[in-house]
Design a protein around this ligand. Structure first.
Ligand code: MN
Length: 239
């Protein structure tokens, strides 16, 4: 059977509400041999049913994360937040971890992964990180605009087989205090955390950049999706 990857739909709260998904996430999972399963906000029991029937989870990018979720007041530069989306993602992350599902988390995904498991965020890089580099590039979305340095002993390093790689960058928040059981596996030159991974338990890898937009010009980025699907195959074999 083809391993299935759950992808929670993104959400706009304005008006009557709207669910949507950017196609590159779906395409990268298909190219990696996975079967994407997209689903809307669900109650706990329904979410449990979805997760019991899939083999892995991809958390896509999106808007800012509510500072209250990591015990802070909102910084003046905090962008749009959506409490419905945050609540869904927090439940999803905790449930998926509890069920042993592998997780790949991108951009907002890495942030919500860290927050859902007890970590915190830098709310606004330009005003909170001394000598910050530019993390909001004005360039094509596939362009790697800044370097990240990958920790040599990390899963990310063995996956990418390199200690430094150029990444695209569209964020002003970033992982701050790490969730228990997680390590930072890559940093930008200004110290901003660009990737985290679980040090124990089920596979969980988060990246702050958008690998799904880079694969055509940087094939190494497809390895992240390949790794999730490989881990999902193991989940399927265990069941
Ligand atoms: Mn960045």
């Amino acid at each position: 059977m083809q391993p299935t990857i759950a992808i929670p739909l993104c959400h706009e709260w304005q008006g009557a509400g709207k669910f949507y998904m950017h196609q590159p996430y779906v395409d990268r999972i298909l190219e990696a041999g996975g079967l994407p399963i997209l689903f809307p906000f669900l109650a706990e029991q329904q979410l449990q049913s979805v997760l019991a029937s899939v083999h892995g989870v991809l958390l896509p990018g999106g808007i800012d994360v509510d500072a209250a979720l990591f015990g802070e007041e909102p910084h003046p530069k905090c962008g749009e937040i959506n409490p419905l989306w945050d609540a869904m993602d927090v439940s999803l992350v905790r449930m998926a971890r509890g069920m042993g599902l592998p997780l790949l988390a991108i951009c907002r995904g890495i942030q919500i992964l860290n927050v859902a498991l007890g970590g915190g965020l830098v709310q606004d890089i330009p005003s909170q990180v001394p000598r910050a580099i530019q993390h909001a590039q004005d360039a094509p979305r596939w362009h790697g605009s800044h370097a990240v340095h990958i920790r040599r002993d990390s899963k990310l390093a063995s996956l990418m087989e390199t200690s430094s790689i150029m990444v695209n960058s569209f964020h002003h928040q970033a992982v701050g205090r790490l969730a228990p059981g997680f390590n930072a596996s890559a940093h930008a030159a200004d110290g901003v955390v660009e990737a985290i991974e679980s040090s124990a338990g089920p596979f969980a890898l988060g990246v702050q950049w958008h690998p799904e937009l880079m694969t055509a010009r940087q094939p190494l980025m497809q390895r992240l999706f390949g790794a999730l699907v490989e881990q999902a195959k193991l989940t399927e074999e265990r069941r």
